[in-house]
Design a protein around this ligand. Structure first.
Ligand code: BGC
Length: 907
């Protein structure tokens, strides 16, 4: 009999989550078998409120009995209504295709948070201290111009404390907590939260996340002290490219409820109220973008321990903020995900002391220092230096100093780590230190939302390995609470960037919870008229200032993220709820496009015949869009200078209609999945009309497409806009353009994700590989050869002559090629939702001699290793339990089930 093992039990794709408020959580498991071709034929899940009950199958609250299905993911809880604060234990067993039955899995659990508003007895409290003024630039230009700011422009971080008594033996203790701003919590001097910048970032105007912590180990019988430090964070601090503060509110505040369950069954609650006291201390300010100033002379020694004299602290003030908008935090929190020692420390030609981490990161540092009272040491962070090693601040704009300042209090050695800030950087310039630093005094702290790494790719060409590593680093640096464009200048949820990158992201990491959480803000930020803002969360002043300068809140290829991101989540993780929850958002967005396209008719060149007028209704070609943003040749103006916006104006009118077609095509597929038959037909017909209108208006008989830039050929081909009879000609035009450009990249943000596949699928995979292996600028390996450790915002961030420019060195968008590498070179392709069926088809003609690719799918680990020697290839394949695969190799085509396989073939 075969041995079956059930592992990696997940609830909402997370391991034993606590503090949830999803009323129908979805359960998944992976199946390991010692036998090949294993498929599940049925399962049984049992849920109980205690581990004991589950073990004895008594007082069971949900027993599915035998459910005949081969589905082992997203099994939706469908038992009695889940209760606030209750932990639910569950186990599962399965039957295989021969009716062999497995043992029960080991026990897993999930725990609910506070489900009702009435569960919150805590009061919102703020601190009775003066707050800095609001800063409101009048327009974008003003916001980008240096201004005078001093310490008083920013807020000091308040410290809060409360002593309380525990009189009995504690069984368990939880803290449910959130803030306007960001918080760190302490119990008896110990830090409670291992996460950073909670409650994190979302559309606070609509809802606020709260976190749940198990603090059982931090409390004990007798006197206890709760402490909290608050920072302005995204709520009230200076944020965004324009550096504007108070986007959500003036005051920061805390809402905290601690529930202590005693062994005798009674419960004590410690809740935030007016008995909490607060004061300011050493944190003069701690701003997300600007950095932090810490004056150790103002430290409040022992403030978070019992017996501290807080008589000169002030009572906290009760605030009447809402509690009906609290949502349990969902997904992985931001954490320090990696620590490492810098590569070197050196003195630059200018005489500056500079620490080089050797890697561009998003995060902060920890430093050991000693200095006399009043000595002010500053640490300024940047991603690049001058070619001679002199410091260069690459981040432009107001309050983007990325500078942390520490003022010493005595001659004792201290360890300093900035609290509520993070930077995008590789280099740290130190000023004002009278001692001598060595590399060992510094530790780099990499921060990121702590997503599981799912994909790995290694091959025989180290430059491609470096490219893969750079992509991964940029994802880490920009998956910080929300998907951001870059971790320094903007830290903003640009919708276009994640749209372009979502597929690669899903190969590298488990993105389901992270992006579903962000989609909730997409939903709430959608405007009445259906527009999806360019940035989500959409800061208030952006909505006025951006709209003022651009005349719109959204853009083709950016707003479409509301369809594309859930589509990727569905296909990768089987997350159908991402489609269901966002379907109304998608429909409203497409309706907006439809109205905009049909009501605004462009002034066409040539005669406007009635026929032409009719077709114009199906072309979304008016208003501002970012177009094929940053397509290299389109960014160079007549004077030979770089003008990023030029790419938008030159390409938008033809690029936007492509996305109209793409989104309606996806909508008809999604409607089908959601069983919305009328919608399915509607979107299909609309899509056909758009495609016909596009072809009639923009594609000439010789295959030329209006605009004539590479990206438009790629988009038109990918998005099915080219009539069959013109396909060869259109493909040839693209090939000619690439050839004419010396096989260097000339595609922008929106088209580049499809470039290599379009070539591949249209008989030109040789060109796809020339582009991939190209080392001249612009190209992926150009960056690698210029020493990049992340993906850059612009290809020529470092010019061929070595001169650095002031752009971001950490934008993942152009890293979207990762997806192609996994699928085509690695050979792992998802051919049925959630990798239920896989196609294994690595390409041995890619120019490499070996590749090892692995991907942890929701069904388990898939891996493909191949090695080419003397025209012979050895291939090793691993297929997870309960899935099937088609292996396609030269001369071999085989249907297989789970297990490990080896092949040999010749090329
Ligand atoms: C951001 C982007 C974004 C773009 C919009 C830039 O400032 O960094 O990556 O998508 O603006 O065009």
């Amino acid at each position: 009999m075969s041995k079956l093992m059930l592992v990696n039990l997940k609830c909402e794709l997370m391991e034993n989550p606590i503090g949830m408020d999803i009323l129908k959580p979805r359960l998944s498991w992976e199946i390991i078998s010692d036998k090949k071709e294993m498929m599940q034929s049925a399962y049984q899940v049992i849920v109980a409120e205690s581990e004991e009950d589950l073990m004895h199958e008594k007082n069971v609250i949900w027993n599915t009995d035998v459910v005949a299905t081969d589905s082992s993911i997203n099994c939706e809880y469908n038992g009695p209504t889940l209760k606030s604060k209750q932990r639910y234990y569950w186990k599962v067993r399965i039957w295989d295709e021969n009716n062999n039955i497995s043992n029960y899995s080991s026990v897993a659990f999930w725990e609910m948070g506070l489900l009702e508003e009435s569960d919150w007895e805590a009061k919102w409290i703020s601190c009775n201290i003066d707050r800095a003024n609001v800063y409101k630039p009048n327009n974008i230009m003003e916001a980008m111009t240096p201004q005078q700011f001093d310490d008083s422009s920013f807020n000091q971080c308040p410290y809060l404390r409360k002593e309380f008594e525990i009189s009995k033996e504690v069984e368990s203790a939880r803290i449910y907590v959130t803030a306007h701003g960001v918080y760190d919590l302490f119990l008896n001097g110990n830090k409670v939260n291992d996460n950073l910048l909670a409650p994190e970032y979302n559309d606070y105007d609509s809802f606020i996340h709260y976190q749940t912590y198990d603090v059982t180990k931090h409390v004990s019988c007798g006197e206890n002290t709760f402490g909290a430090i608050l920072g302005d964070g995204w709520y009230s601090g200076f944020i965004g490219v324009m550096s504007i503060n108070q986007q959500y509110g003036e005051d920061i505040s805390l809402l905290m409820q601690m529930e202590i369950k005693y062994s005798d069954g009674t419960v004590q609650k410690i809740v935030s109220d007016e008995s909490f006291r607060s004061a300011t201390g050493p944190l003069i300010y701690s701003e997300l973008y600007k950095g932090e100033k810490y004056d150790a002379r103002k430290e409040l020694v022992g403030w978070n321990l019992n017996g501290y004299n807080d008589s000169n602290w002030k009572e906290c003030l009760i605030q009447n903020f809402k509690k009906d908008n609290l949502i349990a935090f969902y997904g992985e929190p931001i954490r320090i995900v990696k620590e490492f020692k810098p590569k070197s420390i050196y003195t630059s030609p200018k005489g500056e002391t500079i620490i080089d981490l050797g890697q561009v990161i998003a995060g902060k540092f920890r430093v050991k220092l000693t200095g006399k009272s009043g000595m002010q040491v500053s640490f300024t962070c940047s991603e690049i230096t001058q070619p001679n090693g002199d410091f260069l601040m690459n981040i432009m704009g107001v309050n983007k100093d990325q500078k942390d300042i520490y003022i010493c209090k005595d001659d004792k050695e201290v360890i300093y780590e900035p609290r509520f800030t993070y930077h995008g950087f590789r280099y740290i310039k130190v000023e004002g230190y009278e001692g001598t630093f060595s590399v060992d005094d510094f530790t780099a702290l990499v921060i990121s939302s702590d997503l599981q790494q799912n994909g790995e790719f290694k091959c025989s060409d180290n430059r491609i390995n470096k490219l893969q590593s750079n992509i991964f680093w940029s994802q880490r640096a920009n998956f910080i609470s929300i998907p951001t464009d870059c971790p320094q200048r903007e830290k903003a949820g640009w919708t276009g960037d994640i749209q372009v990158y979502a597929s690669t992201a899903a190969f590298n990491m488990g993105t389901s919870a992270f992006l579903s959480r962000w989609m909730k803000s997409v939903e709430t930020e959608q405007l009445e008229d259906g527009q999806i803002p360019m940035i989500v969360p959409y800061m208030k002043d952006y909505s006025t200032l951006v709209a003022q300068s651009m005349g719109t809140h959204s853009s083709a290829g950016w707003g479409d993220a509301c369809i594309i991101v859930p589509w990727v989540l569905y296909n990768t993780y089987g997350n159908k709820r991402a489609l269901e929850d966002n379907y109304h958002v998608m429909k409203k967005w497409v309706a907006y496009i439809e109205r905009t396209a049909s009501e605004n008719i462009i002034d066409v060149k040539g005669e406007m015949t009635p026929e032409r007028k009719e077709r114009q209704k199906y072309l979304w070609n008016t208003g501002f869009h970012f177009g094929d943003w940053l397509a290299p040749s389109l960014t160079i103006n007549e004077a030979g200078e770089i003008d990023m916006h030029r790419s938008a104006f030159l390409s938008k009118d033809v690029v936007a209609p492509c996305f109209y077609a793409y989104s309606t095509e996806l909508m008809s597929k999604i409607a089908n999945i959601l069983n919305q038959k009328t919608d399915e037909v509607y979107y299909k017909e609309l899509n056909q009309k758009i495609r016909k209108a596009f072809a009639d208006e923009y594609i000439s008989e010789d295959g030329t497409i209006q605009g004539g830039f590479q990206g438009i050929y790629v988009l038109a081909l990918e998005m099915n806009l080219v009539p069959e009879n013109l396909k060869l000609k259109v493909v040839q035009k693209l090939v000619d353009l690439i050839e004419g450009n010396g096989y260097k990249l000339d595609t922008g943000f929106l088209s580049i994700p499809f470039l290599l596949d379009v070539l591949y699928d249209n008989g030109h995979k040789d060109i796809a590989y020339i582009l991939l292996f190209q080392t001249e600028c612009p190209s992926w390996l150009y960056e690698v050869e210029k020493g990049a450790t992340t993906i850059w915002e612009a290809w020529q961030a470092i010019k061929p002559d070595g001169e650095p420019t002031n752009v971001s060195y950490n934008h993942y968008a152009f890293g979207c090629v990762g997806d192609f590498i996994y699928r085509r070179i690695g050979g792992i392709q998802n051919t049925e939702v959630a990798y239920k069926h896989i196609s294994i088809q690595p390409d041995f003609e890619c120019g490499l001699t070996s590749a090892e690719t692995s991907y942890k799918s929701v069904h388990g680990l898939i891996s493909v290793q191949w090695e080419l020697k003397d025209k012979k290839v050895d291939v090793k394949v691993k297929v997870p339990g309960n899935t099937r695969a088609t292996v396609i190799l030269p001369g071999i085509r085989e249907e297989i089930g789970s297990g490990e396989y080896q092949y040999q073939c010749s090329i």
